[in-house]
Design a binder for this molecule. Structure first.
Ligand SMILES: Cc1ncc(COP(=O)(O)O)c(C=O)c1O
Length: 434
């Protein structure tokens, strides 16, 4: 018996099937197939009800955008209130206080004592693009270092920075120049001596032509890879040595998911630039670049921006997100969720040979599915079948990894223990079955 999952029709139900037919006809194929074959009618916290009245537990959180869950009452109230006042002005035409207040809050929360300033955009990719523009203009250098398994977006520059070729780079070249990819040392792919990283870097590109190293403190799409101990601290020292800026892409790992508001706070490091998006505005399009003010102050007015950037609805939502994280102690909750996930996943690893590894920080926890626990050969087909089995039983689980053989938890931090246990029971049965 399930308490939260309630499946009333076969899946997808008749109404979802009808919408899917129209989708087939009218939606461009590269828009991708969805994880869920069922179309949402309503979401609340970590629960989703579809158009046929089936209720699911959602571990995707809109690909990590819903730290505060679907339709948090405070976010909805703020957005409604804002919608009745004004929808758009463009901050550079007629400014509004909520954007200033949001910048103030983010700068206050950002790690380190150096004065900082924020700029706002619409998507994660735009934030990364602008971080690179700012870094290049400030340093007057062209090159950017990124990492193996990185994901930074789908625009020309950010798809170049993203590692995985299929589908993200599918005949979309020529790619942006001056992007150099280096290894990302992690516990599963350690570098015997971190000092070797400097040699790899200097053999790849002359360091005084490098504007920035852009790093996800914990890789998202790449499979929730945690950096090797000491690596980020080492990067900070190395970047200072060569006058390179350190940019953290916290688009997936930020906003509380790791138990800290900024993922980089898990280390004692002050980056030069931080990129945020996804959960920042509870699903409304908003991204932020928070940079040292000594950097942003050197750029001329108007050189970055965009018509819709920092739109008033999203700014109001983001202010609520920050309040909710504080008021509801969601950073502690992320750690508790993480402990619960880790405990269950490690039990599964003992029981099922297909579970090869468990890793992550806080609620950003993933399990790696392998054909053999020793060789760690990836098991992508089995992973896909587990996902389908979970959907059939009322749980949406996202995959990750360059080989698509990880299940990553991007669950709302509003999920209750009971809901989480129910979802994990479904997941465990699916793993056992496959
Ligand atoms: C770490 C990281 N950077 C950048 C992006 C791109 O964000 P967007 O899809 O909003 O452009 C993503 C999206 O998944 C991401 O996870």
């Amino acid at each position: 018996m399930t308490k939260f999952i309630s499946l009333k029709t076969s899946l997808p139900g008749p109404k979802s099937q009808e919408i899917a037919k129209r989708r087939e006809k009218y939606i461009a194929k590269p828009m991708g197939s969805s994880l869920s074959p069922c179309y949402i009618a309503h979401g609340e916290g970590a629960l989703v009800t579809d158009v046929d009245g089936n209720q699911f537990i959602d571990l995707t959180g809109g690909w990590g955008c819903l730290a505060v869950g679907h339709t948090h009452k405070k976010v909805v109230a703020a957005v409604k209130d804002q919608a009745e006042k004004y929808l758009h002005t463009d901050f550079t035409a007629v400014p509004y206080e909520s954007l200033v207040e949001l910048a103030e809050k983010l700068v206050e929360l950002a790690p380190g004592d150096t004065p900082k300033a924020a700029a706002f955009f619409n998507s994660g990719a735009e934030a990364v693009e602008n971080a690179v523009k700012i870094a290049r203009a400030y340093t007057r250098r062209p090159a950017i270092i990124v990492f193996e398994n990185a994901f930074h977006g789908r625009t020309l520059l950010t798809m170049t920075m993203t590692h995985k070729a299929m589908p993200y780079k599918y005949h979309f070249g020529p790619f942006a120049p001056e992007i150099y990819r280096l290894p990302f040392p992690s516990p599963s792919h350690p570098m015997a001596n971190l000092e070797n990283f400097e040699k790899i870097l200097t053999n790849t590109v002359t360091p005084d032509s490098v504007a920035a190293i852009v790093v996800e403190p914990i890789q998202g799409e790449g499979g929730f890879n945690v950096p090797q101990e000491g690596f980020l601290e080492y990067l900070r020292k190395l970047t200072k040595k060569y006058g390179i800026l350190l940019v953290t892409d916290e688009i997936q790992s930020g906003i509380g998911r790791t138990g800290k508001f900024f993922a980089i706070e898990n280390w004692d490091i002050e980056p030069d630039i931080i990129c945020l998006a996804k959960s920042l505005a509870a699903g409304l399009p908003l991204s932020a670049v928070i940079a040292k003010k000594e950097i942003t102050d050197t750029l001329p007015g108007g050189c970055i921006g965009g018509t819709y950037v920092g739109n008033p609805l999203a700014c109001r939502a983001a202010l609520e997100v920050i309040n909710i994280i504080e008021e509801e102690h969601l950073l502690d909750r992320a750690l508790k969720i993480g402990e619960r996930l880790k405990e269950r996943f490690l039990q599964m690893k003992d029981k099922y040979p297909i579970v090869g590894d468990v890793h992550g920080i806080g609620a950003m926890m993933a399990i790696e599915l392998v054909k053999d626990q020793k060789t760690k050969e990836p098991a992508p087909q089995e992973t896909a079948r587990i996902v389908q089995e979970c959907i059939k039983n009322g749980v949406f689980v996202p995959t990750a990894g360059i080989n698509k053989n990880l299940l990553r938890m991007l669950v709302s931090l509003e999920i209750t223990d009971e809901q989480l246990d129910e979802a994990l029971n479904v997941l465990e049965r699916a793993i056992a079955k496959i």
